[in-house]
Design a protein around this ligand. Structure first.
Ligand code: FES
Ligand SMILES: [Fe+2]
Length: 384
């Protein structure tokens, strides 16, 4: 796929060691606050799946970098996004848990019982008298843009959100490289949430490199032999896929699983692993029988909640004789925990007064790519 940013990874000869981000980029509240405005509230961000609110009246609540927001599906089945802030006196009116629910008619603020419909319109103001010349239509909820692609939900809280597809095509990789997996039809069969004591960028950087694989993931390098050499991509293959070991047809310890294969893929897809990172927080892993992803939610400079979900065909999930996700989940859960442990170590180290910046060798070039994108989004000069 053609992208705006020419991926640095294709130019191996030109590589020279380059600096990582600085210590304060991973630890300071000041940087975090700036990221909130520029990255988390300034452009598109993934916050889950459309299947979480399938019916009119359904809604979900999220904490996005410290802002409580919610998404609704209205009677016309359209998605709308709102800040969880009452127009009367600002009260947060929906709780974080349960994170999903259904309303018949209206959201009612627990303070003075003002009520809002699924389109964010103020529809109830008990005891406010007509004679006050109070016009409810002047006080809707504060809204923002919501879109979906491949079953993923994206929000942009920017004042003037740009088209989702323009944003999606900006990185070296994108969700839309993998339309053949028909992810919009897949459903979440397994969900594991991890609390990671590390900056969200450390989690992203860790996802994007495999120099650590031989050391940290002895089981993974059995399944994907290329990872033994610290490389993330096989640049000879389409979409930078990675061959699993000879004969393996599933991303499991044994290389096999009883899960039905996803239909309609290219022949080589059934022997491959694909990864794709969508800035800032969606990390995709595509397999012959399952799609797994992480969505990272920053919770301060040194904490990230990582939601991992496993997608399967709905007919697979619906059939107990077919639905045995354990072998895939077992390997990914192991890899995930191995990753979070080193991410936490890295977080501790970058907080040291001895750490100014680290260094990226060639195998880390995609992290540098990510850092350049980060600098761009943060309004900083690129290092080139
Ligand atoms: S603050 Fe919500 S009704 Fe008063
Ligand atoms: Fe890893």
């Amino acid at each position: 796929m053609q992208t705006e940013q020419e991926p640095i990874r294709y130019d191996e000869r030109a590589w020279k060691p380059r600096p990582t981000l600085s210590g304060p980029d991973y630890t300071s509240l000041e940087t975090y606050d700036e990221e909130r405005e520029r990255i988390w509230f300034g452009d598109w961000v993934c916050i889950g799946r459309t299947e979480e609110l399938p019916e009119p009246g359904d809604y979900i609540v999220r904490d996005l970098a410290g802002e409580s927001i919610f998404i609704t599906r209205n009677e016309g089945r359209e998605l709308h996004g709102f800040y969880n802030v009452c127009s009367h006196r600002g009260t947060k009116f929906l709780d974080d848990e349960p994170a999903a629910g259904h309303i018949r008619k209206a959201f009612v603020c627990p303070y003075h019982a003002w009520a809002y419909d699924l389109n964010g319109r103020l529809v109830g103001t008990p005891n406010v008298k007509e004679g006050e010349l109070f016009d409810r239509s002047d006080y809707p909820l504060h809204g923002f843009a919501v879109e979906s692609y491949a079953g993923f939900l994206f929000v942009s809280m920017a004042r003037q959100p740009r088209p989702l597809m323009e944003w999606m095509g900006q990185g070296a990789e994108s969700v839309n490289m993998f339309d053949r997996f028909k992810m919009d039809e897949l459903r979440v069969g397994v969900r594991i949430v991890y609390e990671v004591e590390a900056n969200w960028k450390i989690v992203v950087e860790n996802y994007n490199e495999c120099l650590h694989c031989p050391q940290i993931h002895p089981e993974l390098v059995q399944v994907v032999p290329l990872f033994r050499f610290g490389e993330v991509w096989d640049e000879e293959t389409r979409d930078d896929g990675n061959w699993m070991r000879e004969g393996a047809t599933s991303f499991t310890m044994t290389g096999e699983s009883e899960l039905p294969k996803l239909p309609g893929l290219e022949p080589e897809d059934y022997s491959m692993y694909y990864g794709a990172y969508q800035f800032p927080n969606l990390m995709l892993n595509l397999h012959p029988d399952c799609v797994m992803y992480y969505i990272g939610y920053p919770k301060g400079p040194s904490h990230t909640t990582v939601v991992s979900e496993y997608l399967f065909r709905p007919e697979t999930i619906g059939d107990p004789s077919l639905f045995n996700p354990e072998p895939v989940v077992e390997l990914w859960d192991l890899i995930s925990r191995q990753d979070w442990e080193v991410c936490q170590r890295a977080q501790t180290g970058v907080g040291s007064r001895a750490f100014t910046t680290g260094v990226y060798p060639r195998q880390d070039r995609f992290l540098y790519d990510f850092n350049e994108r980060y600098r761009k989004e943060m309004g900083r000069a690129l290092l080139g």
